[in-house]
Design a binder for this molecule. Structure first.
Ligand code: HEM
Length: 195
């Protein structure tokens, strides 16, 4: 699906609020994560490999969330899981896989990171106009989900690369990229000036 046809997707929208972190802050965070230019290149390659499998990857991740009621409840109201909510987020999640591999790490990218952060916290439910679902995703689960999102991507990388060393390079770059984002998403959850 073309990016501009994904409901609620706003990466690159100049009307988004500006992120409270700068490109310089990001540079230091990348250094702290040992994120190098080689990682950026490995991610680009990963993006090419993963693109045809996005729906299958989403099936795995939605299967994981769907089989854990304490996670599925974030997509549910009093009547149970809200299919339209799950479906709309799924489309943006699929685009996020590709965006993660192709990130430019500029201010527009940071601004969308901040928007995604707020969509897990104080702006949850607004984009898709959902009523009755929990008002926030608790941060402990955002942090914990880094691991399954990292671990489950490997078999898909292996479909496009047979050399274990090259799979490792893409897999480690993916982990750093997800950790980088989950760290940026912690901002609204933390006490003022604690980030
Ligand atoms: C939204 C990724 C953790 C529930 C999203 C989106 C992405 C994403 C890409 C769509 C952003 C957009 O609107 O463009 C991730 C990643 C996580 C994570 C990478 C962990 C590393 C969690 C957890 C839950 C969760 C633990 C709880 C089940 C949601 C919900 C939305 C959402 C409910 C929709 C929020 C809204 O109402 O706008 N997530 N997520 N996420 N995620 Fe997560």
């Amino acid at each position: 699906m073309a990016r501009d046809q994904i409901p609620g997707y706003r990466y690159g929208d100049p009307a988004l609020p500006r992120a409270p972190y700068s490109v310089q802050d990001l540079e230091l965070l990348k250094q702290a994560l040992l994120f190098s230019e080689e990682d950026a290149q490995a991610l680009r390659r990963a993006g090419q490999i993963l693109e045809p499998y996005v729906e299958e990857i989403l099936d795995v991740w939605y299967g994981f969330v769907g089989s854990h009621p304490f996670l599925l409840r974030y997509f549910a109201n009093e009547q149970g899981p809200v299919p339209a909510y799950l479906e709309r987020v799924r489309k943006r999640f699929g685009q996020w896989i590709l965006d993660t591999c192709r990130a430019e790490y500029d201010q527009a990218w940071l601004d969308y990171q901040y928007e995604i952060a707020r969509r897990h916290f104080d702006r949850k439910n607004q984009t898709d106009e959902v009523s009755g679902a929990p008002p926030i995703v608790h941060f402990r689960y955002v942090n914990a989900l880094v691991y399954p999102i990292y671990a489950t991507i490997r078999p898909f990388l292996e479909r496009g690369e047979s050399e274990p060393r090259k799979v490792d390079a893409m897999h480690q770059a993916w982990l750093k990229a997800v950790l980088l984002q989950s760290t940026l998403w912690s901002y609204p959850y933390l006490k003022e000036s604690a980030f």
